[in-house]
Design a protein around this ligand. Sequence first.
Ligand code: KG4
Ligand code: ZN
Length: 336
Amino acid sequence: MKVLGIESSCDETGVAIYDSNRGLVAHQLHSQISLHQQYGGVVPELASRDHVKYLIPLVIEVLKEAKLNQSDLDAIAYTAGPGLMGALLTGACFAKSLAFSLSIPALAVNHLEAHIMAAQLDDATLEFPYLALLVSGGHTQLIAVHHADKYELLGETLDDAVGEAFDKTAKLMGIEYPGGPMLAKLADECPESLKNLQPFPRPMTDRPGLDFSFSGLKTHALNVWHKSGKDDQARLQIAHAFQQAVVETLVIKCKRALQQTKVKQLVVAGGVGANQCLRQQLSDLAKNVGIKLFYPKMQFCTDNGAMVAFAGWKRLIKGESDEGLSVFVKARWPLS
Ligand code: KG4
Ligand code: ZN
């Protein structure tokens, strides 16, 4: 079976084809970074218009890459939420219209579920139950996945998502949107001689539970920045101290959740899953506590069409698909 996947929930247009016999056969991504950069963040209306512009060319491109015709497709999966309403609507309307014209099913996919499933694109050995750490620009959650469709939220952020905290901390030091990956790069490049700041707090690790809070850490970074020379050296130092605090906090909570649930597999999903320091420290944790760690390839950590095609295929083989031609998208759509 061949499923076309369409991702348009935020600032990336992602299109891909997953073939159940051959795996991922084509994927294309158009990033809107340069479009939003001058505004310092995503402008929803511009995001929607840009998705409209790129959806058709990208679909043509993936069909060419996979050496397939439209008529070879068995279903079309699209992100139906959570995300920006206008951006979601462009992908949903397009996917449902194309599916209707080809007389094939359309499948609404939850973006968070797609992120979690991205780890299985390359490693199908993951089995239920498992623990998922979902760390993106909009979400920070620890989820126990008992079986397909049974997601139990164990903890989540009470304020900023971890990707959002990365982006905001970068911005307050004058690093351009989207600052998260750049902040991580600076943290990794920080020389030993500059790793001398007083360690930043590890929020909410001194009390029981699995919730997170990252907005105080961002404020802490701001205070340190104001007292610093506000130069490149300060950027390196703060980036490093900030990343260490975030990563250690995430690792402490993952360890706690693994002890609580006694599951033996941990999946890391979402854009911040691309963070090298997080990947390294979670690998160390996995070795120490004897669990298996799964994370997607770097390119499939951040938003992409491949995870949507794959999650759509998983739903299709269970006999699911959209009913009717109405288009429903959801700005909020918790997994649980
Ligand atoms: O999953 P994603 O592409 O979009 C959402 O669904 O939110 O995640 C984007 C987020 C952004 O906040 C971005 O700054 C962050 O992931 N991010 C990173 C890294 N790469 C992306 N944060 C820290 N380190 C990275 N290497
Ligand atoms: Zn995402």
